[in-house]
Design a protein around this ligand. Structure first.
Ligand code: HAM
Length: 422
């Protein structure tokens, strides 16, 4: 009897699905190489204060969704809910800001959020993310968005909508918060409890509250995009111009504020046609204050993250074909002890030369071995018995066509030698 199941909101990735993950990861790796983004790997857990400071202590992620615990030394530890804060921490801790700027990084990570599980919303999920530090230029915004959209294109996913917005700088937001508060003041009793706290601490967060009644109130609120300062406006206009030049289609959505506090200026999301939690496959934006907030120099930053589970679901829905995984090259069946040793030697030789080769490992009869080879979809089989060992000849069978040819075991050995020397 199974003693327990996997925790709610987590998935096992089974061997049959791994080729899909590897394929997506390969496409990502190649793309990042071409764009000059280097991989970074950071710990699964960090000190809690990193996310409180980085992501923001009035966000849903920090207030409600973090897996936080005291370790045996009494330190507060959190499983990473996202990758941006961790990458920024590592960037600072290892002085990567001394490298030629912009420093461009990427990661493929697992993330943990205590959310209500549903289709496309998990408690353990995976993200491909990129971060670029040290450029405040709209060219950087455009490159990040281009990288993101190129990924979808390479994976064969079309008809996605790129939505962009600008949420301005600290000053723009400070002024806008006052406007928003003025608008909301008369409706405080209709806002949820959390939003009442946000009203005092961080009114912008009310705009991305998941509560329906709060959404109804914010529907008619003034739009931040209409109130950004001339410099942020110019940055946004210039970003759009680059996107136009690069022929990247986008729609402006003034209601994108993103759920994390570090964002400034450009923010964007990639939307699928799906409803609910699965509708956003990618989110990102600029964060020009984060590095400073974490104790580093003032410098620009921008990035995005794609949810891999949502991406794979989307590819499944769109019936996008994955490259077929390589089948078993050869199964070497045997009867008798001597033949078994010879089969083991041949199999090892083949493996040394890059073939996928298998033999019996559980004392099966010859008939059962052949059945097994069939089930594994072996392309070729070779049967070894006492006669074959004596004569040094065996029959190689093409399992698909049934064609058979006599081969010399010595020839096989010679072939390995030649292949090895190459
Ligand atoms: P985020 O919007 O919170 O942004 O997450 C990015 C993506 O991760 C989402 O668009 C979605 O595809 C996936 N995702 C988020 N939560 C879940 C979940 N519970 N289950 C399944 N998938 C999920 C960030 O995390 C930022 N760090 C992105 C970023 C990087 N901004 C700048 N640099």
């Amino acid at each position: 009897m199974l003693i327990t199941k996997a925790p709610r909101g987590t998935n096992d990735i089974l061997p049959e699905d791994i080729p899909k993950w590897l394929y997506v990861e390969d496409v990502i790796r190649k793309l990042c190489f071409e764009f000059g983004y280097k991989e970074i790997r950071t710990p699964v857990f960090e000190h809690t204060e990193l996310f409180e400071r980085g992501v923001g202590d009035t966000t849903d992620v920090v207030q409600k969704e973090m897996y936080t615990f005291l370790d045996k030394g009494g330190r507060s530890i959190t499983l990473r809910p996202e990758g941006t804060a961790s990458a920024a921490r590592a960037f600072l801790e290892h002085g990567l800001f001394n490298q030629p700027l912009p420093v461009k990084l990427y990661y493929n990570i697992s993330c943990y959020r205590y959310e209500k599980p549903q289709a496309g919303r998990l408690r353990e999920f995976h993200q491909f993310g990129v971060e670029a530090y040290g450029s405040q230029s709209p060219q950087m915004d455009a490159e990040i968005i281009l990288l993101c959209m190129t990924l979808f294109k390479r994976l064969g996913i079309s008809d996605l909508t790129l939505k962009i917005n600008s949420i301005g700088c600290k000053d723009c937001r400070h002024k806008y918060n006052e406007l928003l508060k003025e608008y909301l003041r008369d409706n405080l009793d209709r806002l949820c409890e959390t939003c009442n706290i946000r009203f005092e601490k961080n009114p912008l967060r009310i705009l991305d509250c998941k509560n329906k009644s709060c959404n109804e109130i914010t529907e008619g609120a003034p739009k931040l995009l209409d109130h950004i300062c001339p410099s942020c406006k110019e940055h946004f206009e210039s970003t759009k111009k680059y996107l136009d030049e690069l022929k990247i289609a986008y729609a402006i959505d003034p209601w994108i504020v993103r759920g994390l506090d570090y964002y400034t200026k450009t923010v964007f999301e990639v939307k699928t046609g799906k409803s609910g939690a699965q509708s956003t496959v990618c989110g990102g934006g600029r964060y020009d204050g984060l590095i400073e907030e974490l104790g580093g120099p003032q410098m620009g930053g921008i990035g995005f993250a794609v949810g891999i589970e949502r991406l794979l679901d989307l590819m499944k829905d769109k019936q996008i074909e994955f490259p077929k995984s390589r089948p078993l090259d050869i199964f070497i069946a045997n009867a008798g002890k001597d033949a078994d040793f010879e089969a083991a030697r041949l199999v090892q030789n083949l493996r040394e030369n890059g073939f996928w080769a298998e033999k019996d490992l559980s004392e099966k009869s010859l008939k059962a071995q052949m059945k097994y080879a069939d089930k594994l979809n072996a392309r070729f089989s070779l049967v070894l018995g006492d006669d074959e060992i004596k004569t040094g000849q065996a029959v190689l069978k093409n399992m698909k066509t049934g064609e058979k040819i006599n081969v010399s075991l010595k020839v096989l050995d010679m072939l390995y030698k030649v292949l090895k020397e190459e």
